[in-house]
Design a binder for this molecule. Structure first.
Ligand code: DMJ
Length: 511
């Protein structure tokens, strides 16, 4: 437990914070900001979103994504306009009626039954299906003033159903565990024999929401049947520690094919959705919460890891067959946010404090590079530090194994939860620093580009690609930290009216 020794600073924080300050303060000199400062930062982030939208709209729309260096476009998500659909909920939250209407007009025209390329059940669910359902929930609810023609909003639900009806054959397997990689023209798949933990376990929120909104239980049943194998893992050896499970599931039998445990990419959002399903509906998803609690406790006990050179830092190791893997990823940095959400909803200070430890570790990966942006992958395994990075390992407690940055959101996402749960200004200062670094190094004439090396003076070279999650996540979480309280904001405690899917699309909780 961390005990506050700075009651004076806490009193000051309580005066300026929109949340009740969490009864601890880890930082001796918290930065205090006025509401005018927050508004000016929110405006800057809005302007960055509009810059990216304008470039996408001019050079790439209605394709999936902008190539922000060459001003070309790509169709990596089946050509249905991924950036437009992924941008919808952020445009709504930023109250930009022009962009919202451009996106609604586009979505009404999409034919989700047609594409030349392989469809990912997971990516299509978290970006397209969730983008539309979230737009529907927001525009039928707290943002209903933005679009007066309600039939334009109804299209979002009709198209969500159309899309899910195209995809649902994926679950037509002996076990009900879906194939992820689909040929929607032939009704075929890639012939895989296993499916991954995250791609199987990151469907229930969206598919259940669709059932709850349409009244047709088919979608919820399909996703929850697949999830049932993850909640009751077989064989028993696939759960080496309570709640922590293997990484791949046999599609024919629903049995786990290994016992490799991590919170890294490929496994990550399975754990994320366990607690988010409980936030969505505590009555129906108590078992999901129990599994998250078990996983969280085991993670603190078995996966928490501290670099030899920086024992004050906490990262999450992976585990396989008695061995810890001392490496992690930008993707993994959603973990602090998950512990903070679970901790505040369940009123568990131990989870909140561990979440803040993880947030602090991920902040270190940003704070220690030349750009102020964290790397794609990093390690703290002292037995294989490259000599060129010995100094970094000594001072920062990690070394870089891939220095790329492809506009990922997870570190800012976890800072957002830390800000909302604790009300401590330091966390949104970290968001501002991260956003400013991205705005500085990634911005091009038409949008934002990834970096090849976050620890090179200018970020190295640029990747000519702007992932749709820049719109959905980086811009949204940054903006939310500096904008007013609202129904869609994560709340301290258990009073959430919305819950973010893994792509940061807020879905209205079940009533
Ligand atoms: C997004 O599509 C989602 O956040 C997903 O959970 C992980 N990968 C990207 C962002 O990094």
């Amino acid at each position: 437990m961390y005990i506050s020794s700075l009651s004076l600073s806490l009193t000051a924080l309580a005066l300026v914070s929109p949340c009740t300050a969490y009864p601890q303060n880890r930082f001796s000199q918290p930065v205090l900001r006025t509401e005018t400062d927050a508004q000016s930062r929110a405006d800057t982030i809005k302007a960055a979103f509009t810059h990216a939208w304008d470039g996408y709209y001019q050079y790439a729309f209605p394709h999936d994504e902008l190539h922000p260096v060459s001003n070309g476009y790509g169709d990596s998500r089946n050509g249905w306009g991924a950036s437009a659909v992924d941008a919808l909920s952020t445009a709504i939250i930023m109250h930009n009626a022009t962009i919202v209407n451009q996106i609604l007009d586009h979505i009404a025209e999409v034919d989700y039954s047609k594409t030349d390329s392989t469809v990912s059940l997971f990516e299509t669910t978290i970006r397209y299906l969730a983008g539309m359902l979230s737009g529907y929930d927001l525009l039928k609810g707290p943002a209903s003033d933005l679009v007066t023609n309600s039939s334009k909003v109804d299209v979002l639900l009709t198209q969500s159903k159309n899309l899910a009806d195209v995809l649902k054959f994926a679950f037509d397997t002996p076990s009900g565990v879906p194939y992820n990689n689909l040929n929607i023209t032939s009704g075929g798949n890639d012939g895989a024999t296993t499916n991954g933990l995250a791609v199987t376990g990151t469907l229930a929120l969206e598919w259940t929401r669709l059932s709850d909104l349409t009244g047709d239980p088919t979608y919820a049943n399909l996703s929850q049947k697949a999830e049932s194998y993850l909640l009751n893992p077989q064989p028993k050896s696939a759960e080496p520690f309570p709640g922590l499970v293997g990484s791949n599931i046999n599609i024919a039998t629903g049995q786990f094919a290994d016992a490799q445990v991590s919170w890294n990419g490929g496994d990550d959002s399975y754990y994320e959705y366990l607690i988010k399903m409980y936030v969505y509906d505590p009555k129906r998803f108590g078992l999901y919460k129990d599994r998250w609690v078990a996983a969280a406790q085991s993670t603190i006990q078995h996966l928490a890891s501290h670099p030899s050179t920086r024992p004050d830092l906490t990262f999450l190791a992976s585990y396989n067959n008695g061995k810890l893997g001392l490496s992690s990823q930008h993707l993994t940095c959603f973990d602090g946010g998950s512990f903070l959400l679970g901790g505040t909803v369940l009123d568990r200070d131990d989870f909140i404090n561990f979440g803040l430890d993880l947030v602090n570790g991920c902040h270190d990966t940003y704070n220690s590079t030349l750009t102020g942006i964290g790397p794609e992958t990093f390690s703290w395994d002292s037995s294989s530090v490259p000599s060129s990075q010995q100094a970094l390992y000594e001072s920062a407690g990690f070394y870089i194994t891939s220095g790329a940055y492809i506009l990922r959101p997870e570190v800012i996402e976890s800072f957002y939860y830390a800000w909302r749960v604790t009300g401590q200004e330091t966390y949104r200062e970290w968001i501002w620093n991260a956003f400013s670094a991205i705005n500085n190094y990634c911005r091009t004439g038409s949008g934002f580009a990834g970096l090849t090396n976050v620890n090179a003076a200018n970020g190295g070279n640029r990747y000519d690609n702007q992932e749709s999650f820049l719109f959905a996540e980086v811009m949204k979480y940054s903006y939310l930290a500096f904008s007013e309280d609202a129904d869609w904001q994560t709340q301290k405690g258990s009073g959430n009216k919305f819950v973010f899917n893994t792509e940061a699309h807020p879905m209205r909780v079940s009533t």
